[in-house]
Design a protein around this ligand. Structure first.
Ligand code: BDR
Ligand code: CA
Length: 329
């Protein structure tokens, strides 16, 4: 089993990513660390607990992390994720939970130092940049760092050029990419170029409900708001579910392909939060990122649906092929 920590800001798609990770027998989820992003950190903490409760996995520890970006003012994404950060599902609060004895950054530091632990980062990189400040040796011990964030050839979702996680805290993203460069490490960048291909359509959702009504109804409850948002803003039928693709990338890197390049993040001006991917080698700098540009969408859906619905691959192939092929052919 591979040990992972999921650093996240739940968040509708973060929740789907947590579900995928916890239903994957290859993974040992050591804990969830929460960062301010889609939702303020206390709300993200509570949402993580709600998802864990649904999965009957309240044994997985959750640690609250940084409440605001490194330098800039905090801008949440509740317009996308709903007033409760979980698609206005308004699930009941999870009460009587032990108060964690560590902060997210302390937990990351302690666990990474044990070795063989990877990070899947699904929110702004504020906690990780703080770890660079407080315990860089621990971050160096991370086996893999997979980050949902950024965009290369695709347009942004917060500005023409910037994706939310890196736009919300560009200074932290810059610190982490610079750290990777300095120590010859590779960040696996699962950005909008590939996540945009993962659209949960109403047809897939309906089939999910038929295949596993309990999980399907839960997914419907938390994604309803997201569907409306995507229709209003992007004229997409369905919703782009970004974060589970980062977990899928961790589980099966062959689902994605791309290039290796020196990558940096802009922290000021009109292109704030933009990932600058030097694919042509202008800067003559060693690569610090594996930037994905192509995804096997069918492979993703087969992995995601078998895991979260707990059904066989054969059942997925028989019952879902026509609905996800429709969009992905
Ligand atoms: C990213 O930002 C958030 O809205 C999502 O949870 C995802 O991590 C996509 O830009
Ligand atoms: Ca997220």
């Amino acid at each position: 089993m591979k040990k992972i920590i999921i650093d996240c800001d739940p968040g509708i798609d973060d929740s789907l990513a947590i579900m995928l990770a916890l239903q994957s027998p290859e993974l040992q989820v050591l804990g969830l660390t929460i960062v301010a992003g889609n939702a303020p950190v206390e709300m993200g903490f509570q949402n993580a607990k709600k998802v864990l409760k649904f999965l009957n996995r309240l044994d997985v520890p959750v640690y609250a992390g940084e409440a605001a970006p490194r330098k800039r003012e905090y801008v949440n994404a509740l317009d996308t994720h709903g007033a409760d950060g979980l698609g206005e599902s308004f699930l009941p609060e999870v009460e009587n939970q032990p108060i964690p004895e560590k902060t997210a950054v302390e937990f990351l530091s302690d666990e990474l130092r044990k070795g063989g632990v990877s990070i899947i980062a699904l929110g702004p990189m504020t906690n990780l940049a703080k770890l660079v400040d407080t315990d860089p040796e621990a971050l160096l011990m991370a086996e893999r760092i997979v980050s949902m964030g950024g965009n290369f050839r695709s347009h942004g979702n917060c500005s023409p050029v910037a994706e939310y996680n890196y736009w919300e805290d560009p200074d932290s993203a810059k610190v982490v990419y610079a750290f990777a460069y300095e120590h010859q490490r590779m960040i696996e960048m699962v950005g909008l170029d590939v996540t945009r291909e993962i659209v949960l359509t109403p047809e897939i959702l309906e089939k999910m409900i038929t295949a596993n009504p309990v999980v399907g109804d839960f997914v419907k409850k938390i994604t309803k708001f997201y569907f409306q948002f995507h229709w209003e803003w992007e004229h997409i039928r369905g919703c782009v579910i970004n974060d589970p693709l980062a977990v899928a990338c961790f589980l099966n890197p062959e689902l994605l392909s791309g290039l290796e390049a020196f990558t940096d993040v802009e922290t000021t001006g009109i292109s704030l939060g933009q990932t600058v991917v030097d694919s042509m080698g202008f800067y003559r700098k060693e690569s610090n990122a594996r930037v994905f540009t192509k995804v096997d969408t069918i492979g993703f859906w087969e992995l995601f649906l078998t895991r979260i619905l707990q059904i066989s691959k054969k059942q997925v192939q028989e019952e879902f092929r026509e609905v996800y092929l429709e969009k992905n052919q």
